[in-house]
Design a binder for this molecule. Structure first.
Ligand SMILES: *Cc1c(COP(=O)(O)O)cnc(C)c1O
Length: 372
């Protein structure tokens, strides 16, 4: 098969030919033409969340986690105190990196099968006045659950706390409006819903908050205040930029705008998600989340109860048919995940489920429902 495999994962994702072709040129990092690409990219990213008047965007080399780490290191003073709302694996990662950077972190835990709760956030903030920042994950990609960002942001604003949002798996697909939703930092990356290639994160930062952040960061390469100051002064990245990633993302953003921006992307991913869940249910597979909690980003399915099911074999057989699935990330339950994002549509989702059906027949799986 000469078609690339379809990546049904939380990233890297399937990209378009146009995006791939944008990477076939070499760019000098000092060149004014490359600086112009960086500038255009930055204004396009701000526009997506309507943040041009109040916020700035700071790109950073690396995967998405690097940018989350940089946001915490830069925004939170060394004696700050971060409240982390935890309903899954990416929340736990955010709490861990906060602690590793020497910031005080308090974790409020929730069930992985539920969204985090606004009332428990309000209670935690009322109980401890020393909290300076709240860290939330918009879509917890470990399960696919959507957290109530607007209500969480209102609670933080009312309590006068800074808000840092890991919007890695939602930026560009779900509506986020900086004119009505108050945050200090919103973190995302090139290789998720914007359908670029991986290698660059970025943080949309409220300018007023960033101004107070000089010398907060204990890390040189993670210092977004410094990266921002240098970029504003010179138009260049502070250290070697991921040039091919940057031009590919800028090209992906041109396609994003042509497709119709955020509403169009959400409509396509929602159609992907509905097609996937409907067709998988027809085969007997059960989604892990209740429907109202499910973001149209990635779907967790219970592993089939059939004793002949084994993820690795199931995965490899789907891969040989052209589709890359993803393991589950739950500690207690055996699950697997299927992404709905990337440069794919409902046709690819239908083909993916046909491939899964063929795998099911070939292994001879009979009991597709959950084990317990
Ligand atoms: C993808 C993702 C990240 C970043 O993961 P990397 O492996 O560092 O790219 C962080 N948070 C969420 C919610 C994600 O989906």
């Amino acid at each position: 098969m000469d078609r690339d495999k379809i990546l049904l994962t939380p990233g890297p994702l399937t990209t378009t030919l146009r995006t791939k072709l944008a990477m076939l040129r070499d760019w000098g990092s000092w060149d004014s033409q490359f600086n112009a690409v960086t500038a255009q990219l930055r204004s396009r990213l701000l526009e997506i969340v309507h943040a041009g008047k109040t916020h700035t965007v700071v790109p950073l080399q690396g995967s998405g986690t690097f940018a989350v780490e940089a946001a915490v290191a830069t925004l939170v003073p060394r004696d700050g105190h971060v409240l982390v709302l935890d309903n899954g694996a990416y929340c736990k990662r955010a709490a861990k990196l906060t602690q590793l950077m020497g910031r005080r972190a308090t974790v409020v835990e929730f069930d992985e099968a539920e969204a985090v709760s606004v009332s428990r956030l309000e209670a935690a903030l009322a109980a401890d006045a020393s909290v300076t920042h709240v860290l939330v994950v918009h879509c917890e990609t470990g399960t696919g659950v959507l957290n109530p960002l607007e209500a969480l942001a209102r609670a933080c604003e009312k309590a006068g706390k800074g808000l840092i949002v890991d919007a890695m798996s939602t930026f560009g697909a779900l509506p986020i409006d900086a004119r009505t939703l108050r945050f200090d930092a919103l973190v995302a990356a090139s290789g998720k819903c914007l359908e670029g290639v991986p290698g660059m994160g970025f943080v949309v930062v409220r300018e007023e908050a960033l101004r107070r952040c000089a010398a907060n960061s204990q890390s040189l390469s993670m210092d977004l205040h410094d990266q921002h100051a240098y970029m504003e002064r010179t138009g260049q990245w502070r250290f070697t930029p991921p040039t091919h990633v940057v031009v590919a993302l800028n090209e992906a953003l041109a396609q994003y705008e042509a497709e119709g921006g955020q509403p169009a992307r959400l409509a396509r991913y929602s159609a992907n998600c509905a097609t996937l869940i409907g067709a998988m249910r027809d085969l007997g597979f059960e989604p892990f989340l209740r429907e109202e909690l499910q973001a149209p980003i990635i779907v967790t399915f219970h592993a089939p109860a059939d004793p002949n099911y084994e993820f690795r074999r199931f995965y490899e057989m789907a891969r040989d048919r052209g589709f890359i699935l993803y393991p589950g990330k739950l500690t207690q339950l055996e699950t697997f995940r299927v992404g709905c994002i990337g440069a794919i549509g409902p046709n690819e989702m239908r083909q993916a489920v046909e491939a899964v059906a063929d795998v099911v027949r070939t292994i001879g799986l009979r009991r597709m429902g959950r084990a317990s």
